[in-house]
Design a binder for this molecule. Structure first.
Ligand code: NAD
Length: 337
């Protein structure tokens, strides 16, 4: 897309404009016009150009931003703890480089334990429980401000409206992915087609479109599911929580929050690569779409030491799977609509 005969500044500006346009289509309208792999390729080009020409750096660049602006049709929710994105690794070398960056930053030769998680292809949602009751649900939006989708989320069958435990934080935010399993997606599209209604490009777009409905009765008819992948805000701050991410996930599962059954732990980059291969092999047999796996430093105190950059934590990385026949799917849908 970027023309290499042009100056780096022009190439950067062209890429930023194109990516902003794709972001709007994807995050705001739920109707992407290009496959994710194409978007990822352009984003990678932009990141490399910005790294090679730091004089053109901008906090407004899509490479520094999360998601898209929330739809004004919903009331807004300001996230007390920002909801960030993830850095990507596209091959073995970039995963091993990630581990090396961790070691360099923490000045240690040791291997790390990682929480290894399928990267569910849906949309990020925050669930706020107060004294065990679900009181608010929100989309990620631009990471700072999301959409209040509480009424819609209350219709999702596997999200508990009340947590089951005698000992809970007064306020706890559970973060995870809302998605549509493959079987539900096929049925939903068949139904949409029979009704002459919009056919969805893929389960991710179906999930985003279904969750951001103004009428919760429509959301209630969509086969949405939720799996948690982290904790956000917890108050009081001194509420006793386990010291690792994986143990915290196990704890929220005890409270009744659903987790993806394929979550595991592994040691070192080599262990992560084995997990990646295992999940890649199992990918087609899973009940839901995934576009990669996520590795997170398991030790929460190390996560705090590593901190964040503009749009992503330093202690996590998403290793994306090779692109599947995505263009075919997008094109097929264009013909059906
Ligand atoms: P991302 O999807 O690459 O990674 C962050 C997201 O991963 C989180 O917000 C969360 O929703 C999700 N996630 C799933 N499982 C998770 C887990 N176990 N732990 C933590 N997070 C998990 O980043 P993004 O910023 O949401 O989106 C960028 C991606 O979206 C691009 O790489 C591209 O694939 C796609 N995109 C496509 C278009 C397009 O036009 N086709 C436009 C914009 C974005």
């Amino acid at each position: 897309m970027s023309d290499k005969s042009q100056s780096p500044e022009v190439q950067i500006n062209t890429l930023r404009k194109t990516l902003r346009h794709y972001n709007h289509e994807y995050y705001v309208m739920d109707t992407p016009s290009v496959p994710d792999a194409e978007y990822d390729r352009l984003m990678q080009q932009l990141i490399e150009l910005e790294q090679a020409h730091p004089q053109f750096a901008s906090a407004q660049s899509p490479s520094q931003k999360v998601g898209g602006a929330p739809l004004s049709a919903f009331t807004q929710v300001t996230h007390e703890v920002p909801m960030l994105s993830l850095d990507n690794a596209f091959d073995e070398a970039s995963l091993l480089a990630f581990e090396k960056r961790l070691r360099d930053r923490l000045k240690t030769p040791q291997s790390f334990v990682f929480s290894c998680e399928p990267k569910l292809d849906g949309l990020a949602v925050s669930l706020l429980y107060e004294n065990g009751e679900l009181v608010r649900a929100a989309t990620r939006g631009d990471g700072q401000v999301g959409e209040n989708i509480t009424q819609n989320v209350r219709t999702i069958g596997n999200i508990p409206l009340r947590l089951e435990s005698a000992e809970l934080p007064q306020r706890v935010e559970i973060r995870g992915e809302v998605f549509i399993p493959r079987a539900g997606f096929e049925k939903l599209n068949a139904r949409q087609k029979a009704l002459g209604a919009k056919v969805f490009a893929n389960p991710r777009n179906a999930a985003a479109g279904s969750l951001r409905q103004l009428d919760p009765k429509i959301t209630a008819k969509r086969p949405l599911m939720f799996y948690a992948y982290s904790l956000g805000l917890v108050t009081p701050e001194d509420f006793s929580l386990p010291a690792t991410h994986s143990e915290r996930l196990a704890l929220v599962a005890q409270w009744g929050i659903p987790l993806c059954p394929q979550i595991d732990t592994a040691t070192g980059g080599k262990g992560c690569l084995e997990y990646y291969e295992r999940i890649l092999k199992a990918r087609d047999t899973l009940a839901y779409d995934i576009d990669g796996v996520v590795f997170k430093v398991d030790d929460i105190s190390l996560q705090h030491q590593l901190g964040f950059v503009a749009r992503a934590p330093r202690w996590a990385i998403a290793q994306k799977f090779p692109a599947q026949e995505e263009m075919t799917r997008l094109q097929a849908v264009e013909f059906q609509v």
